[in-house]
Write a protein that binds this ligand. Structure first.
Ligand code: ADE
Length: 410
């Protein structure tokens, strides 16, 4: 692959491409890179590259002409060297957001040219004339496009065969795609009283892989719910195995009921914090939840409290006479570990073992929960019930309860 960078700071770009992993790969001829000085293509005596914007406003705007001539020179050099027509990308804060999917896509070009803007912008006409695409590396403004071009170059070049020491794992679509990285550790085993998670020292690769997958999912879910939702939609999974230290226990004592109410309250509050009015959230205190669970228990509901190493972290309610499941809540910090799936499966089995069909209702604005139910064999029945008892913030949709019924595909 050949990369050309069109910039006012070619030395800066060259020195980056000569450093560390990319520097070694460049020396070994694993890619070909050329950085071009826009100023060398100016047509004025002062070698000026920019001017005031038409229409006024702050800052300076890069002339179209030197960038255009520089790009024509790059096109000619690429053709002479036997490369195909370069794919030209302008880096600007107004571009489309750049992602790993773009990095993978850009590796398909044998010849890639990155154009760095500077000052307040680039004359739009040269973008119109030459750009195949315009990319931004994030929702912040840099003083120039160099860091952005180097970020794109780095992320594309690391995918080139041979650039990374261990190629395996970077090439194919994998389980980890679209998830954040799991935490990594190296020596010593204990650093300033912090020990490496014991599973990593077991040498049991299956266990380590499963721990890493869980960490990755939990992190992604907590930090990037947008990525997690997309990932979960394309990765149906079997019910995870119960792990040592995990237990679901029938709520019998008042103390257990208090613990169940605390989990219910914490998870419920987090789920609704951006949807409901503060007054409504405040009115639904832990005491209110404890009273609700006590009342429903007296009316025939069984509640099961899930604990991990003795710490309560999830709850589910089962009404065996009707087949209804409800109050499936997992503490926010324990989500993404498969506890919800396991507890739902556990509750579902209680009902199917009675020969009944399990069903449940879910609020329309919790698509993540709906996806979990679908993955676990529940299908929407089409029944919807409007709820008027949830005072929502202005701008959030009116709550509707959707009904799901257990109907696993054979
Ligand atoms: N130039 C200035 N800010 C930028 C950004 N966020 N991405 C790409 N190019 C830029």
């Amino acid at each position: 692959m050949r990369i050309d960078i069109v910039t006012l700071f070619p030395d800066l770009c060259d020195s980056f491409l000569d450093t560390s992993i990319l520097g070694r790969a460049r020396k070994r001829g694993l890619f070909d890179a050329h950085c071009h000085q826009i100023r060398d293509y100016t047509a004025n005596k002062q070698r000026q590259t920019d001017d005031y914007p038409y229409g006024g406003g702050p800052g300076m705007v890069l002339y179209a002409q030197p960038i255009a001539d520089c790009l024509r020179a790059v096109q000619a050099q690429c053709a002479q060297a036997g490369y195909p027509e370069p794919h030209i990308v302008f880096l600007t804060a107004a571009g489309r957001p750049y992602t790993e999917a773009d990095a993978k896509r850009l590796t398909r070009y044998d010849c890639l040219t990155l154009v760095c803007g500077h000052y307040e912008g680039i004359d739009e006409r040269v973008i119109e004339a030459f750009a195949d695409e315009e990319l931004s590396i994030g929702d912040y403004v840099l003083t120039g496009g160099e860091l952005a071009a180097l970020a794109v170059a780095d992320s594309v070049l690391r995918l080139q065969p041979g650039v990374l020491a261990e190629q395996q794992g970077y090439e194919e679509e994998s389980y980890w795609d679209d998830l954040l990285e799991y935490p990594q550790y190296t020596r010593p085993e204990v650093w300033e009283d912090r020990a490496v998670p014991p599973v990593l020292l077991t040498g049991d690769h299956e266990k380590i892989e499963s721990w890493r997958a869980e960490q990755s999912r939990a992190r992604t879910r907590a930090r990037r719910p947008d990525l997690y939702e997309r990932w979960a939609g394309t990765h149906p999974r079997a019910v995870p195995k119960w792990k040592r230290g995990e237990k679901a226990q029938l709520v019998r004592t008042d103390a257990q009921l208090e613990q169940a109410a605390a989990v219910y309250h914490a998870a419920w509050q987090r789920q609704r914090q951006d949807l409901c009015t503060p007054a409504y959230l405040a009115a639904n205190s832990r005491q209110v939840f404890a009273a609700e669970l006590a009342r429903d228990r007296a009316a025939g509901w069984a509640f099961y409290l899930h604990t991990t190493d003795g710490m309560p972290d999830a709850l589910v309610g089962v009404h065996r006479p009707s087949g209804e499941i409800s109050r499936l809540y997992v503490l926010p910090e324990m989500q993404g570990r498969g506890i919800g799936s396991k507890l739902l499966d556990f509750a579902r089995k209680k009902i199917t073992s009675d020969g009944k069909t399990p069903w449940l209702e879910v609020l329309s604005f919790f698509p993540g929960a709906q996806r979990l139910y679908r993955r676990m064999g529940f299908v929407p029945t089409g029944d919807a019930r409007a709820l008027d008892s949830t005072p929502n913030l202005p701008g959030t949709p009116a709550p509707v309860l959707l009904r799901f019924r257990y109907a696993p595909q054979a």
